[in-house]
Design a protein around this ligand. Structure first.
Ligand code: 13P
Ligand code: SF4
Length: 303
């Protein structure tokens, strides 16, 4: 029996023992996506976590995602297979900085990207993802919005709403390092392809794209499109599902550096180990959880 097969069997056995569900983000390694019960974007994963009946949620993603699952499911055990899987973007804002910004703009509502810590969510009025940021911004009562921590998603939302968005200067290095010159080169190489980029990309890159979409929105777009060739401006893990779901399609990256090292820290070995040892349990202090849940629930109430 090969190693991979053994590992998959071990994980399947542990799933039964733990009464567990395995969820994975679209950026996870292919072999991790393949053993998951559900693979999706941040919004789909958060929604999925409100419907869980299993006792244990094994979250193959990064810490803020597992924290969101823990915020929504205080009675269940949430395991993050790799303890060190974080999100540099989420780490760019501290709670003291957010409090300072709130004092500076007391008239503004705070919308936080889901890529943020539970503490930041607890200090925000409402949360959003890349899939629903425009709707969330339109839903808040005030005209001014402090948007944290991603400047590019915040800027993109500002182009789609009438709200005055005050941008916090955070960024995702995977998307922010994509430059217009690289995009133009990719367009020249594949003139027949549609260009789909994530709203975490720079405004100059989004301006060159056919569409700015969350990861699962890209999957739906490619499936519904009459084109069969696409340049993808997001993390390379998405190509696994794009290729699986569109066997006749051609999918190209803009550069060869569209890789999130934290997303790739989760391996099948790590999944099996965390389940076997019941280790890396993610918890959120109750006072923070209750306040953070308010911001997440408000987002989930928006269709
Ligand atoms: P989505 O899958 O929600 O588009 O998120 C992208 C991302 O950067 C997650 O870390
Ligand atoms: Fe964070 Fe960017 Fe990695 Fe997503 S891709 S987890 S936003 S660093």
């Amino acid at each position: 029996m090969d190693n991979l097969k053994q590992l998959r069997e071990k994980i399947a056995r542990l799933k039964k023992e733990l009464n567990a569900v395995i969820v994975a983000h679209n950026y996870q390694r292919s072999e991790v996506q393949d053993i998951a019960d559900f693979v999706g974007d941040s919004l789909e994963l958060a929604r999925q976590c409100t419907e869980v009946t299993a006792r244990t949620i094994v979250f193959c993603g990064v810490r803020f995602m597992a924290e969101t699952a823990a915020i929504l499911n205080p009675d269940r055990t949430v395991l993050l297979p790799e303890d060190g899987a974080g999100c540099p973007l989420a780490d760019m804002i501290s709670i003291d900085e957010l409090r300072e910004w709130k004092q500076r703009y007391p008239q503004a509502s705070v919308v936080c990207y889901v890529n943020s810590s539970a503490e930041i969510k607890a200090e925000s009025d409402i949360c959003c993802t890349s899939a629903n940021g425009v709707k969330v911004a339109a839903s808040v009562s005030s005209d001014d919005i402090i948007f944290v921590p991603d400047q590019n998603l915040g800027h993109y939302i500002s182009t789609q709403t009438k709200k005055n968005i005050i941008l916090y200067p955070g960024f995702c290095y995977v998307h922010h390092r994509l430059k217009p010159e690289q995009v133009k080169l990719a367009r020249e190489l594949h003139p027949e392809a549609q260009l789909l980029v994530h709203p975490e990309c720079r405004p100059e890159v989004i301006a060159l794209a056919d569409a700015a979409l969350s990861t699962s929105q890209m999957l739906r777009y490619a499936k519904a499109s009459s084109h069969n060739s696409f340049i993808i401006g997001t993390e390379e893990g998405l190509l696994h599902r794009l290729r699986q779901e569109n066997p006749g399609g051609f999918f190209y990256l803009i550069t060869n550096s569209q890789l999130c090292t934290d997303m790739k820290k989760t391996t099948l070995q790590k999944v099996a180990q965390a389940m076997e040892l019941r280790q890396n349990i993610v918890t959120v202090p109750e006072a923070v959880r209750v306040k953070a849940k308010r911001a997440v629930d408000r987002m989930l109430a928006i269709m």
